[in-house]
Design a protein around this ligand. Structure first.
Ligand SMILES: [Zn+2]
Length: 203
């Protein structure tokens, strides 16, 4: 079945969302166009507003509406300790646990050559520059233990190795990167407390 060109374009655009296939995209588009024009207007306006206001913090890549994100702008935070996370959701989870007082670096993904995600897409050159230029003393890798996350953590650790910076790892058994905001704060606080310095395991 074919729809109008603009409807087809909308269906195609919706398929860019994670977990949305052609069937779901079709259902969403038809729902918005046939039955809920006001929701469609609200969605369109919210998307436009978010796109024009939200950007990546130039220091840590987390999403923000101010020049620097609230963590980077907070002079009370320890600038010498950087926690590397996969997404803003993970940063939110760690912040809710109120145990970490350093700053963050948000990758927005993990290494996945097959999907064209390499070090550049994850901002890893910026991370290395940050460590070198701002005298960072410790980098904590807060990635889960899935295969691609492990490979990413290993890669970052190896890149950091010559820089004489302390490298640590927070282990998230049973937890998934990208959804730490759904995890109980006590569990995250304990994981932070249990962080281990990287040494033999990656050597
Ligand atoms: Zn920031």
């Amino acid at each position: 079945m074919s729809y109008t060109p603009a409807t087809d374009t909308l269906i195609h655009a919706l398929q860019a969302l994670p977990g949305v296939g052609s069937r779901s995209a079709q259902r969403m588009a038809l729902h918005l166009l046939e039955r809920d024009n006001s929701a469609a207007q609200a969605l369109s306006q919210a998307l436009q507003a978010a796109l024009s206001r939200v950007h990546k913090c130039p220091a840590c890549r987390s999403l923000t509406e101010t020049d620097l994100c609230s963590v980077c702008a907070d002079s009370a935070r320890d600038q010498q300790v950087v926690c590397v996370v996969v997404s803003d959701a993970d940063k939110a989870g760690l912040e809710m646990a109120q145990r970490f007082r350093g700053r963050y670096f948000v990758l927005h993904g993990v290494l996945s050559p097959i999907d064209g995600v390499g070090p550049e897409q994850l901002g890893l050159f910026d991370l290395l520059a940050l460590v070198q230029e701002q005298g960072v003393g410790e980098v904590i890798l807060a990635l889960d233990e899935q295969m691609e996350s492990e490979a990413t953590a290993h890669y970052i650790s190896e890149q950091l190795r010559p820089l004489a910076v302390k490298r640590s790892r927070i282990r998230f058994a049973q937890m998934r990167s990208g959804s730490l905001d759904k995890v109980d704060s006590h569990v995250i606080a304990n994981a932070i407390t249990d962080k281990k310095e990287i040494g033999l395991e990656f050597d």
